[in-house]
Write a protein that binds this ligand. Sequence first.
Ligand code: PAF
Length: 282
Amino acid sequence: MIVIETALGIAQACAESSRPLGLVPTMGALHDGHLALVKRARQENQTVVATIFVNPTQFGPQEDLAAYPRDRERDLGLFRQQGVDLVFTPAVDEIYPPGFDTWVDVGALGDRLEGARRPGHFRGVATVVTKLFTLARPDRAYFGQKDGQQLAVIRRLTRDLNLGLEIVAVPTVRDPDGLAQSSRNAYLTPSQREAAPVVYRALRRAEELWNNGVIDAGQLRAEVKAVLEAEPLVESIDYVSVAGGESLEELDQLPRSGQIRAMVSVAVMMGRTRLIDNVILE
Ligand code: PAF
């Protein structure tokens, strides 16, 4: 495994690597969700490139950039075990050199749901992901379904900018009690951790209703909300959304047939930890 810190270095190494090349962008603090991305990339590509970059432009002024967990040696060890070929670990200046001022903005899609709560977040994500795509020129890139809106944003920019790579969505990795794995779960107190699976239970309720023929999106939102509200450690509910899977526009009714998929997503605060999760109804 070769670790590369410069933009020029990773671009050259990728250009010289065997194809297909799969890219796994991360911010480090690796958990099983990240490893599932790497495993899938390893199965499908000749070369696997992973990145570790805590991207400052996707954090808001009130967010936890300084406190974001970082453990480079542990992360590199895990990538090595999974057979990653190249790891890109740039410093901030390497991605955003002095004078950098070109941004990728996906419009309304980035302003809904997480974007409404975290203004500018998806502009930061879209910009860094576009830069990583331009440097590595991957054939495929791997992202977790857990961050469903991020996935929709990356699919949109890939299509709108004709980047010509395949975006692969990897199913959410969950703890045995259903909690979706996330680097931020480390912030939960023991009692919050015990209560946190309520998020997935609420989403399962939507799936159950859908499987029983309910197509009224308002009813799904209300029932999901009721499950969340029954848990006293849920301090607030940021949103319960039932939206079209590509545009993330809120739906009135769920489509029973055809190509359109719906995403049910929620964001709640538990103490100072924000938990997000989603399921796809198809
Ligand atoms: O999902 C993440 O870890 C980040 O948002 C990403 C895609 C690596 C961009 O910084």
